[in-house]
Design a protein around this ligand. Structure first.
Ligand code: AMP
Ligand code: MG
Length: 703
């Protein structure tokens, strides 16, 4: 089977049109395309949702992508029902029956209870449908189930019993109201199935269909949904998380497994339909739960290495870390600083039409040496005017940016002409095409203008806007928590007792992360107490995508960050050949990567810039990037020993780079003084004033 490129999960509803604010029990669309989960879409009405699905089918088909569209209501009734209602076992006859009778208005009012009455009247004695919002209405639909005998037609389908679903196709009120959703959904399915390339599973042959419609049941991943909701707090919307997780899980089910499952349903499914994924609940739950693609050992260093060179450590981060955030589509105004989740191509050429680069007079063809005199047309072409027509041998006044009129390809500067008796007079030579810009000379429609992984700049916005792009698929901003550890720390603003110091790292790191484009989350301070720290990390893991701690990262008695990570079986103590720097404690806490920085503020900043910054970029979906440095003359002299790579606090003055008076790593004033770092490679070196050294401005780190 050809794998599906795109998976849609629709959480359907039989209710009235929903409000503007996204909420549960409305319609939600979850989409995973090329393995990348999109932000679920909230739909206020069935009409809106149907249109979105129709457009998706069109778009994916045009792009040659195979699409699986799934819906969370039954595609068929228990055996025998279709025959009784339509005289045929064909489930599509029943779909048609509903399509002919169901009415649905834009505000969501519909006739599903009247239709249930008609259906119940077809049965001798009590019909199978029950449940209604109003005891006194629809006399042929009982309020309660009590007394209904499901002897002619079963209450549940074979697959409902098998997957232990609590719902029945015949229950119309009191959640789960599957019966009503189904009545309001089958007419839509019947319209969708008539679109070209669409087949319905398991009623039809779907092996070769480009678009497959199938039934799903989010109950199959209830465990994963519960866990996700618990970790997201009270603002999470169940339906939204459900479609997000199910679309992602289905997308990651191995194609052979899915193919085998789709081909292997029992024959009764041809009449009753079947829930896609029945029997695969464990696999789907695991896939849905384990959305974080990082392994617990992702920071492990090769055995036996004592001092890891900086480049080797960086290579390891580059190899092992992957994007861990979802994607969403945002309008241009909101994407500055975000990371592109897909390549973007120009929707329109720039310039869209040939135009003039100057104020002057336009005509056709170049002119040789000598004086030229052309009759001047009335009027002018200004920027924003639609192009007119200029006959051969005539000229017209044109203003900068104006689209060239038909028949004009060359412009003479207004400073170079004289005007006499409605003629324009100038001297050659003038090349054909002079002072004119060709259509698309900057960007052609379809050109790649933004690459996946790029952090979007203000200048990118100009390019996107000019080429007709109005929205971009971007990564959701990575949430990075910042925690300071140490009994000695107090908050700025508090009164310091002897032995206490102010927490300097947290304000620095929070501000730095915000500048780098992340959602910086303040996790506060933790005392040197393992139980307390554990509690804080537990809570943080539910709240953020990555954690940066400072202090307590070595292997001493009070180094609780490394001790806890070790206990969790996910510590890699990185001893890197870098100065300033002490060991880094890298690890995973409940699936969340933790960067344990040294407490010393100078080391904390350098380690953040050199290690945490590129690592976070990988997690956020950005390209790997090496900060740009420049070879500049030193304004200092220094004798550097072999072994470690050194970073000196530095700044440029008068074309030379100077370094801070002291290399002491406790000197926070030097951080504030500096405007960048001098990077000295591992080997020994004697530096004299005037020698070239590598200077990396803080701007190259994005801060
Ligand atoms: P540690 O890595 O916990 O051994 O801390 C190393 C040094 O950095 C100690 O002198 C700490 O007091 C200091 N330090 C740790 N965290 C901070 C912080 N958030 N702000 C300022 N200094 C700190
Ligand atoms: Mg400490």
């Amino acid at each position: 089977m050809r794998p599906f490129d795109t998976i849609l999960v629709v959480d359907w509803s039989a209710g009235k049109r929903a409000g503007v604010a996204p909420r549960k029990d409305a319609i939600w669309l979850g989409l995973t395309r090329d393995g990348i989960g999109q932000e679920p879409q909230y739909c206020r009405s069935r009409q809106e949702a149907e249109q979105a699905v129709v457009e998706l089918i069109k778009d994916e088909t045009c792009a040659g992508r195979r699409l699986l569209c799934t819906f969370d209501f039954p595609f068929g009734y228990p055996k025998g029902f279709a025959q009784l209602v339509t005289g045929s076992d064909d489930p599509f006859a029943l779909w048609g029956w509903f399509e002919d009778r169901i009415t649905d208005t834009a505000d969501g009012s519909n006739n599903r209870y009247e239709i249930a009455e008609i259906l119940n009247q077809m049965f001798e004695g009590e019909g199978p449908f029950w449940g209604k919002p109003d005891q006194d209405k629809w006399p042929d639909v009982p309020y309660r189930k009590a007394g209904i005998r499901y002897d002619l037609i079963a209450e549940k389908r074979t697959c409902d019993s098998l997957s232990k679903a609590s719902s029945s196709c015949f229950q119309l009120a009191f959640p789960p109201t599957v019966g009503g959703q189904m009545m309001m959904g089958l007419p839509m399915l019947n319209r969708l199935r008539r679109l070209s390339g669409v087949a319905v599973w398991p009623f039809e042959e779907t092996q070769h269909a480009n678009v497959v419609l199938a039934e799903v049941w989010p109950g199959l991943i209830e465990g994963a949904v519960k866990a996700a909701l618990a970790s997201q707090g009270k603002n999470a919307i169940r339906d939204c998380e459900q479609v997000r997780l199910l679309a992602n899980a289905l997308a990651r089910l191995p194609v052979e497994q899915l193919a085998k499952h789709m081909a292997g349903v029992p024959s009764i499914a041809k009449e009753e339909a079947w829930v896609l994924g029945t029997g695969l609940s464990d696999e789907l739950n695991a896939l849905a739960r384990n959305m974080r693609p990082l392994r617990n050992d992702c920071f492990a260093l090769p055995q036996g290495v004592h001092w890891t060179p900086v480049d080797e450590a960086l290579e390891l981060l580059r190899d092992r870390l992957k994007p861990i955030v979802a994607t969403q589509i945002l309008p241009l105004a909101q994407v500055s600083g975000r990371i592109a989740a897909r390549d973007v191509t120009a929707v329109r050429s720039n310039p869209p039409l040939p135009n003039t680069a100057v104020d002057g007079y336009g005509f056709a063809g170049g002119r040789g040496d000598g004086t030229h005199r052309l009759p001047l047309l009335q009027g002018r072409a200004a920027a924003g005017d639609a192009p007119t027509v200029v006959p051969a041998g005539h000229a017209i006044r044109v203003l900068t940016g104006a689209a060239l009129p038909d028949g004009v390809d060359t412009v003479v500067l207004q400073e170079d002409v004289s005007i006499e008796e409605s003629h324009v007079i100038f001297h050659g030579r003038l090349k054909q095409g002079a002072n004119a810009r060709c259509a698309g000379e900057d960007v052609q429609v379809g050109d790649l203008i933004l690459q996946v992984g790029r952090q979007i700049t203000p200048a990118d916005l100009a390019l996107l806007a000019a080429t007709g792009v109005s929205q971009v698929s971007v990564r959701v901003a990575l949430r990075v928590g910042v925690l300071s550890t140490g009994d000695e720390l107090i908050e700025s603003g508090e009164t310091a007792q002897a032995g206490q110091i102010y927490d300097a790292n947290r304000p620095m790191l929070l501000a730095l992360l915000a500048k780098l484009g992340y959602e910086a989350v303040d996790l506060g301070r933790a005392p040197d107490n393992r139980a307390e720290l554990r509690k804080i990390l537990d809570a943080a893991a539910d709240q953020v995508d990555a954690i940066i701690t400072s202090g307590g990262a070595s292997a001493g008695d009070e180094d609780h960050v490394s001790a806890l990570l070790k206990e969790a079986g996910a510590l890699a103590l990185w001893r890197i050949a870098i100065k300033p720097g002490r060991p880094l404690a890298l690890g995973m806490w409940q699936g969340v990567p933790v960067f344990g920085l040294p407490g010393n503020p100078v080391a904390a900043l350098v380690c953040t810039l050199i290690f945490a910054r590129p690592a976070l970029m990988q997690l956020a979906g950005a390209d790997w990037s090496t900060p740009q440095g420049f070879q500049v003359p030193a304004a200092f002299s220094k004798n550097k020993k072999a072994g470690r790579r050194e970073y000196l606090r530095a700044r440029m003055r008068d074309g030379q780079v100077e370094v801070f008076v002291s290399e002491g790593s406790g000197r926070i004033s030097g951080l504030s003084w500096a405007e960048g770092l001098v990077e000295l490679s591992e080997e020994a070196r004697e530096i004299n004033a005037g020698d070239l050294v590598r200077f990396i401005p803080f701007g190259s780190f994005g801060f």
